[in-house]
Design a protein around this ligand. Structure first.
Ligand code: IDP
Ligand code: MG
Length: 162
């Protein structure tokens, strides 16, 4: 059955995805971007930036009491990060599936971390873990004008929208 355009629009959500400095340095940008692209998600924002340590602390504020917090923030601010926003139906939850478990040794083969990383401190990618974090992280990393709304020609083939 074809999906109604309005119903489809109502289901669209956005998530914040970042390739961490290890993923960028290892030349994994195209590999990772292509997994989201081929799935059918739409890229609506992208930029390469070196976050300051203060910025990294804001991004990971939920983890501030964890013993690895300082090292994690040093690492995130140690080099270029590819910050992105991806849009699609269910992209927040399914994006996390594409990424795999936090510890790459527990990530399934076929996931990004399962296929491309080995240890938790260098797990190459970040993805928002829910609708509230997605909203907060997108607002932290991007200005509203950096988010590009457009209709992709592929959408009717991906979603069956009439
Ligand atoms: P997530 O990235 O899968 O959402 P979180 O629990 O939010 O995982 O942790 C954020 C990041 O902190 C992880 O991606 C990983 O790089 C790092 N991290 C998580 N747990 C540990 C740990 O036990 N030791 C060292 N670093 C960790
Ligand atoms: Mg997390």
């Amino acid at each position: 059955m074809l999906q109604d355009q309005e119903a489809h629009a109502a289901e669209l959500e956005r998530t914040f995805i970042a390739i961490k400095p290890d993923g960028v340095q290892r030349g994994l940008i195209s590999e990772i971007v292509s997994r989201f692209e081929r799935k059918g998600y739409k890229l609506v924002a992208i930029k390469l930036i070196v976050p300051s340590k203060e910025f990294a602390q804001k991004h990971y504020h939920d983890l501030k009491d964890r013993p690895f917090f300082n090292g994690l923030c040093d690492f995130l601010s140690s080099g270029p990060v590819l910050a992105m926003v991806w849009e699609g139906e269910g992209v927040i939850k399914y994006g996390r599936k594409l990424i795999g478990a936090t510890d790459p040794q527990k990530s399934e083969p076929g996931t990004i971390r399962g296929d491309l990383a080995i240890v938790v401190v260098r797990n190459i990618i970040h993805g928002s873990d829910g609708p509230e974090t997605a909203k907060d992280e997108i607002a932290l990393w991007f200005e509203p004008k950096e988010l590009v709304s457009y209709t992709s020609n592929a959408e009717k083939w991906i979603y069956g929208v009439n």
